[in-house]
Write a protein that binds this ligand. Structure first.
Ligand SMILES: C[S@@+](CC[C@H](N)C(=O)[O-])C[C@H]1O[C@@H](n2cnc3c(N)ncnc32)[C@H](O)[C@@H]1O
Length: 294
């Protein structure tokens, strides 16, 4: 498993019976997670769970909402290595950051740093880029970045995260667009990228209501993106948290696309977080990592 082990400001404290207990800086949150089908002994008696400051509570009618148990700020920030992010309890049980992604950030940051290329010669495209975790990591590592997401609010948050991380002056383009339309436009413009990152949801919508369904759209999008890679690309990363898209499916897709065109090597595995209590691990999806060279 690709485990994100280097967090100091974030900790997955415990996980039991469909819920996780997490520390985000000084704030403790509980959130539902359908992967957590197990239960740890003595959870009811545990003081740990009583420490939560707020939690996302599922409603019996579907969905849910945040409830605060103690006073918490509207937003606060946490750091990862040289990066800083704004955290807020948001819709869909989100906080504005996926901490398990840190292991992906570290992986492509090392490739960027070890490439020996200058920032002008490393263009990275981040699709479904959300609040910009991967964008700021690539920027900090030494790449020029193009950040694409359908949601204006998420793109605004990515700008805030770049500013919090002290990276505002570095070359990053923020695009509010449908990923497929944007990628097709980039092909027509003849733009090329040395690294491509995407973290697609199972279902989503572009800014004009364009429907994204991973099972129908993922393969064609990857085919388009492979044609956006430069002649000597560095890496390609697809992260999925959709249950049902196994590592073998991603391996097949890579054999038919990026490995067919460029050779190179891919590593596909679950991505996850260590759980402090009980020394368990929480799987958070699948990362398919391709690079031109070892
Ligand atoms: C949950 S996020 C991905 C997580 C993120 N990459 C990270 O690790 O922090 C999914 C994002 O995809 C965006 N999205 C969904 N459908 C889209 C589409 N058709 N075009 C562009 N963005 C889309 C959403 O606005 C959302 O921000």
């Amino acid at each position: 498993m690709f485990l994100s082990r280097d967090w100091k400001d974030y900790e997955l404290i415990d996980a039991s019976r469909g819920e996780k207990l997490e520390r985000w800086g000084g704030i403790i949150l509980r959130r539902p997670d359908p992967q957590i089908v197990w239960s740890v002994p003595d959870r009811e008696k545990s003081e740990l769970w009583r420490k939560a400051d707020a939690g996302y509570i599922r409603s019996s009618k579907g969905g849910g909402s945040w409830k605060t148990f103690k006073k918490i700020p509207e937003y606060w920030t946490i750091g990862y290595k040289n990066l800083r992010f704004k955290i807020t309890p948001m819709g869909f049980k989100h906080t504005g950051l996926f901490p398990e992604q840190a292991s992906n950030w570290d992986w492509f940051s090392d490739i960027i740093k070890n490439s020996g290329r200058s920032r002008d010669n490393i263009n990275v495209l981040n699709l479904f880029a959300y609040t910009g975790g991967a964008s700021v990591a690539a920027l900090e590592a030494g790449a020029s970045v193009c950040h694409v997401d359908a949601a204006k609010g998420m793109v605004a948050r990515a700008k805030e995260n770049a500013a919090l991380s002290g990276l505002s002056k570095l070359p990053i383009r923020y695009i509010v667009d449908d990923v497929k339309k944007f990628a097709e436009r980039e092909i027509r413009r003849g733009h090329k990228y040395d690294g491509i990152i995407m973290d697609p949801p199972s279902y989503g919508r572009g800014p004009s209501g364009e429907v994204w369904k991973i099972e129908d759209e993922l393969f064609p999008l990857i085919e388009i993106c492979v044609n956006l890679l430069s002649d000597d690309p560095l890496f390609f990363l697809v992260n999925t948290y959709t249950t049902g898209l196994s590592g073998s499916v991603m391996d097949n897709i890579y054999r038919l696309t990026v490995r067919k065109k460029f050779g190179g090597v891919s590593q596909i595995d679950e991505i996850g977080l260590p759980i402090t209590n009980g020394k368990l691990t929480l799987p958070c999806g699948c990362a398919a990592r391709w690079q031109r060279r070892d």
